[in-house]
Design a protein around this ligand. Sequence first.
Ligand SMILES: *[C@@H]1O[C@H](CO)[C@@H](O)[C@H](O)[C@H]1NC(C)=O
Ligand SMILES: *[C@@H]1O[C@H](CO)[C@@H](O)[C@H](O)[C@H]1NC(C)=O
Ligand SMILES: *[C@@H]1O[C@H](CO)[C@@H](O)[C@H](O)[C@H]1NC(C)=O
Ligand SMILES: *[C@@H]1O[C@H](CO)[C@@H](O)[C@H](O)[C@H]1NC(C)=O
Ligand SMILES: *[C@@H]1O[C@H](CO)[C@@H](O)[C@H](O)[C@H]1NC(C)=O
Ligand SMILES: *[C@@H]1O[C@H](CO)[C@@H](O)[C@H](O)[C@H]1NC(C)=O
Length: 502
Amino acid sequence: MVWLSTSAVLLSLTCLSFSIPFKPRQDSSVATAELDGVTYINKGLVGFGFIPSDFRESTGDTLGGIGSAIAFKQGTYQVLSNGSVTGTMVVHPDRGFNIDGTVDYQARQFEIDILLNPYYGSDNLDFEDAQKTVQLTYKRTNLQFDRNGTNTSGLDALAVRPAQDGLPSDPLADPEMPIASEDEPHLTIDAEGLVANSDGSYWVSDEYGPYIYRFDANGQLIQTIQPPAAILPMNEDGSLNFTSVSDPNTGRVGNQGFEGLTLDPINNILYAMLQSATIQDGGASIFTSRYTRLVAYDVSDPTVTRPSLVGEWVVPLPLSSEGIAEACSEIHFVSPGIFLALSRDPFGRGGDNDTSTYKNADLFSIAQATDIHGTVFDDPSNPIAQNGTLNENITPAEYVEFVSYIDDDQLARFGLHNGDPSDETLINAKWESLALAPVGDPDFPDDYFLFTFADNDFITTDGISVGKPYNAGLDVNNQVLVFRVTLPSVIPGSVEKALGIY
Ligand SMILES: *[C@@H]1O[C@H](CO)[C@@H](O)[C@H](O)[C@H]1NC(C)=O
Ligand SMILES: *[C@@H]1O[C@H](CO)[C@@H](O)[C@H](O)[C@H]1NC(C)=O
Ligand SMILES: *[C@@H]1O[C@H](CO)[C@@H](O)[C@H](O)[C@H]1NC(C)=O
Ligand SMILES: *[C@@H]1O[C@H](CO)[C@@H](O)[C@H](O)[C@H]1NC(C)=O
Ligand SMILES: *[C@@H]1O[C@H](CO)[C@@H](O)[C@H](O)[C@H]1NC(C)=O
Ligand SMILES: *[C@@H]1O[C@H](CO)[C@@H](O)[C@H](O)[C@H]1NC(C)=O
């Protein structure tokens, strides 16, 4: 379609929006969600693209894991006059190719230019044409460093670096830090969440600590946030043990750290959420791990080196039909008290089963939830939920289903599917990131594009990991999906502010 003028574009967008063939999801849910009296609308999938699994980035390593965390680089997002949108997405892989054990993979970010040509038609595109809706161009890699410019690592965190003198006022002082070993004292990071700041620095959440780090625009560590004791992985004697290979006595479960990270750009509150319950809160079993925790830090004053914990809430994760908690891989701020949550099973391309039964960008509200920060629950000896039964004095967040990634009709419009056969048209297993940006349609000012990237675990038959070749026996492309959603609670201008484009 050729659009000649802005008014023609607006007209087209309007008509297209009205004519979006919108079917309720097959798994009995609908395309709208009600929360705190507001109706949110899922207008369906509008874009798909991928970077091939064997693509190499500038260090020579395979580019992978791009879905762990994403954020538009400040000031880059643009709505074009023809209705397409562009921007530079900063993506954070986690800790490299670690199927056969963790590797000494330096934490890094990739900058990827993205062009979305949204597709609103009801006809099913073939897989080749579908890929034209999201075009991805790798630009560069930015490596990340510990204090003193030393390399960070992706190795398992087998040792603990003592807290440094100068806490809490010294900006250069860190709390006890996860390091690879006494002999290899490199700070070890398994990055899963990303927030881009207007000064060019980034907040990065991780799974080992689970900590929240701030890196400057050059990738230098400049700040560390340590969560309350209840969340820290502890041995029985209360000492810290950051390994991801075994579970601690209390605190975050191995590999279930701060998957979710997002910023309220209006009040400058940074929110982080655990992937699932802590050990003491039922996290030892997938049948009792649904009550996870969301924490909030006031980051409004950049000169404050130890941002204070200003809120903590319990979020009830959705349950599968077998009663398994669908762990949450990302959150995204929508409006004060309201968040998107990417909760899912681990099935699909690259997973142990080709058939996914739950992959959703859901919504939750903490408006009525109990704020437990600074209470006895921040002590690991006081669980919020024993064996998966929530303490009756705590009101959890309200959680509602919203956008399903595995709607068969929506997937088919882009040449994709869920379940057998396993080929490159099978939807990836591990979606782990969310980013919102305005559609720019004056008739639908509450409409946003929801960008989501998958973590392919670096699975390729032709890979390079820290300079060494590998063959993971399968090719899992780095897939990207874009949905169009109506979010009436968004405060006008706040998404633009978060993107640095106002
Ligand atoms: C740091 O990691 C980079 C790759 O990210 C590597 O080229 C370099 O040799 C490492 N430096 C040290 C001192 O290990
Ligand atoms: C919109 O314009 C951009 C910039 O010229 C172009 O790259 C893109 O392909 C156009 N989109 C469509 C759908 O033609
Ligand atoms: C940085 O270097 C100084 C001086 O060598 C050392 O005392 C300090 O422990 C180092 N800090 C880190 C985080 O490595
Ligand atoms: C952490 O726990 C593991 C498993 O229990 C144990 O082997 C290891 O020695 C512990 N490490 C530290 C630093 O306590
Ligand atoms: C894969 O998942 C589907 C849907 O839950 C289930 O019916 C099937 O038994 C699973 N297959 C295997 C091999 O686990
Ligand atoms: C939790 O379950 C375990 C194993 O079934 C049981 O031993 C324990 O008593 C239960 N604890 C509570 C508080 O219900």
